[in-house]
Each structure stands twice: as C-alpha cells, then as structure tokens.
Design a protein around this ligand. Structure first.
Ligand SMILES: Nc1nc2c(ncn2[C@@H]2O[C@H](COP(=O)(O)OP(=O)(O)OP(=O)(O)O)[C@@H](O)[C@H]2O)c(=O)[nH]1
Ligand SMILES: [Zn+2]
Length: 382
C-alpha cells in the first residue's frame, strides 16, 4: 500500500490552494493575477488574452528602469523560446523584454503558434539570460493550470502583492503554493460516496466512482469492472480523457478503441479498474489539443506540435492515478498500456507495476503517423 503521507495541510495552505482555483478563473476570463515576488509582486496576464487596455495597465503598474522604461516581460517556456529562435538559456522558462514598440497583438502572436507560418515574427528578441525567479515560474504554471497558452505577460512592481491585489481587486498568490499545486490537488482527492452501478455495453458488471480534489479543480473517475481481487495485482488502465477519440470516435488517435478494448479485457478477466483522468490532450486541455491538431495539419507530428505551442510532449502527472488506486485499496497493478512513461510514472508514485499488458489495435489511415510517432519519439511499445 502506498504510504498515505499523512495528508493534513494547514488551514493557511488550504486557503492558498483554494485561491488558485479563483485565480485560474480570472485568468481564463482575461483578468490578471498577482504573484508575490520578494518585497514586490508580478502583475501577470495570460498572453492569449492580452489586449491594448490590459497591456496599458501592465505598463502603468510596472516599476521603471534607469531610462524610464516600464519593466514588462513576457515569459514563455523553453520549448516556445526555441520556436522564436531564442538561443537556449538552459532554463525552463525564458523572459523576453517587452519594449515600447511591442503592442498587444505582437505579444499574443509571440505566444500563439497559429500564425507562425503565415506571419513569421520579426526578431531578434531581447531575452533575459538570468534564471527566471520563482514568481515567473509560477506565472507560467498558472497559464498551464488554466489550460491557456503557456505564456504570461508580466509587470514587475515594487508594490506589495496584497496591496496591489487589493487596489485592483485581484487574487494574490504565493509562488511556492502554485508550484506545489499539482501534488496538493492529487493528495487531497476524496471519493464521493460509494461506487454506483453502471452496466456498460462491454461490461455488464461495472461501477463508477468519482474523486474530487479539495481545491475545486477537475474531478477524476474510476470504473471498477467485476469484482477485482484486492490481494493480487489488479488489471488496470490509466486512461487520459480524450473528448474527440473517446466520445466522437475520432480517427486521429487510438483512444476510443483503447478505452473500450481495456473494458472488454477487464470483463473477460473477471475484474479490473479503469481510471479516467481529467487530463485531456496529455494534460494540455482540449482547446490546446485542437491547436496542436491545427499545427499537425501543417505537417508537424504530435510531439513537435506540443513543443511549438510551448508544452512538453507530455504534461501529465500520475499522482492522481496513484492516489485513486490507493483509496480504492489497490497497491499493485497489471497495467494495460504501451507507454513506458506511464509505468515509470506510476511506480515513482509508489504503485507496484507487476506486469505491463499490451493494448494494441490496428492502425487506420488517419492515425498511422500518430502511432508511428508514439513508437519512434515517445518510446511506445506497439
Ligand atoms: N497533445 C496531444 N494530445 C493528444 C493527441 N492525440 C491524443 N492525445 C491525448 O493523449 C491522451 C491519450 O493518452 P493515453 O490513452 O493515456 O495513451 P498513451 O499515453 O499513448 O499511452 P497508452 O495508450 O497507455 O499506451 C488523451 O488525453 C488524448 O486527448 C495529440 O495529437 N496531441
Ligand atoms: Zn485521443
């Protein structure tokens, strides 16, 4: 059994994490958030929502340098910086100085790969070689948590975070809390009542159970097929949500077939557990996955498309899956997957993967290249 690690956050920590949910809603509706940065703060705006008045607010709030220029920067991930021909800095997040000639549209384009080929950006950009502070890392993490493009335009201010947030009626966050949020959300998962009966087309004896994190973030689901034995490794599938494949039957991927195939295999084996994780698009969210599809239609593969947007090839964390297994009473699994990272990710969270059980279906004309890329670039066994 995975040690429960005595999850008992302080009231203060709980308050901070709940604030993140409110901050994400603000970012998604086009408002900035405040991130503590030493004595001062960053006023951070999601790049994809930046318009002219928002940029003016950032310029007004920013401290001035010796020449009177406002200290506004746009922070992008190393992957996006590479697309912008910014020399490798060795840091995961890179700051680009926002000079007075840059307008809101330029800053949106800097973040958004959609126009890369039609309207190539004119550099070179003035980027900062120093490592980004914790506050800048937290700002970019917030964009990812909000499932927006992973780029933030920020003003560095000398005003204390609480004062600035109070004055502008915004949410102030501590960067350490933001950076620890994934772990908090996973460890705070709680089952919602008892599993409820859900006869499925492929498994008549099935039940479904929802798990909710304390921060108000997305719920994850577990489908328990049959009566799995708690004393032996359980046949398990960790399946990341794929609206297009699971629900619509998209032929761009193999998700729908894997989902139903896994349930059939569990039914045939007399029992199993399928964890359905709210991690659409390998953790980048549905809208960003649709952006990735558009880039793939320009000739890039699935990994390149993620990187051009500024994400890693895979942004998922497997701690929620491990926690759900623990809460369901399973400590060892026979994992239905072709993905070596899932095996390693789950084991790193304390779940024993006793066996990897392959899950393969014939390719179609639309997903052949996708499956080939999984094999060649992501090391999938297929
Ligand atoms: N970013 C991105 N996500 C994709 C793409 N195609 C499918 N996905 C997502 O990938 C996830 C599918 O992952 P899984 O079914 O867990 O598959 P996997 O990581 O390949 O591993 P196994 O299926 O277990 O071998 C879903 O969240 C899909 O939405 C794509 O082209 N880009
Ligand atoms: Zn899919």
């Amino acid at each position: 059994m995975i040690p429960a690690k005595g999850f008992a956050p302080s009231l203060q920590a709980t308050r901070q994490h709940r604030r993140i949910g409110r901050a994400l809603a603000d970012l998604r509706r086009g408002l900035p958030v405040v991130v503590e940065a030493g004595q001062g703060a960053l006023l951070a705006h999601a790049a994809e929502h930046l318009d002219t008045p928002a940029l003016a607010t950032l310029r007004e709030a920013a401290r001035r340098d010796g020449s009177g220029q406002a200290d506004v920067r746009t922070f992008v991930t190393a992957a996006r910086a590479a697309v912008l021909h910014i020399k490798r800095t060795g840091h995961s997040v890179v700051g680009v100085r926002v000079i007075p000639e840059m307008d809101a549209r330029t800053l949106r384009d800097l973040a958004d790969p959609a126009t890369d080929l039609d309207r190539p950006l004119i550099g070179p950009f003035e980027w900062l070689r120093e490592p980004p502070g914790e506050a800048a890392l937290a700002a970019v993490k917030l964009a990812k948590l909000a499932q927006l493009l992973p780029a933030m335009v920020v003003a560095a201010t000398d005003e204390a975070a609480d004062r600035l947030a109070g004055r502008l009626d915004l949410i102030a966050l501590d960067p350490k809390t933001v950076l620890a949020h994934d772990e908090y959300a996973a460890r705070s998962l709680k089952p919602l009542g008892q599993p409820v009966r859900l006869p499925l087309h492929d498994a008549a004896q099935a039940r479904i159970q929802a798990f909710r994190p304390a921060d108000g973030g997305p719920e994850h689901l577990a489908v328990i097929v049959g009566q799995p034995d708690r004393h032996a490794p359980v046949l398990a599938r960790i399946h990341s949500e794929c609206f297009t494949g699971d629900l619509l039957g998209s032929m761009r991927c193999d998700c729908g077939e894997q989902l139903r195939g896994a349930i059939r295999q569990m039914d045939a084996a007399g029992g199993g557990v399928l964890l359905y994780l709210a991690q659409e698009g390998r953790g980048i969210g549905l809208i960003n996955k649709l952006r990735a599809y558009r880039i793939q239609d320009q000739g890039f593969d699935t990994v390149e498309a993620n990187l051009r947007i500024g994400f890693d090839a895979d942004e998922r964390v497997f701690l929620p899956a491990a926690e759900m297994l623990r809460l369901l009473g399973f400590d060892a699994v026979r994992l239905l997957t072709n993905n070596p990272d899932k095996v390693a990710g789950l084991e790193a969270c304390g779940v024993t993967v006793a066996e990897r059980v392959p899950l393969a279906f014939a390719a179609n004309a639309h997903n052949e290249f996708y499956l080939d890329t999984k094999r060649k670039k992501s090391g999938h066994y297929l």
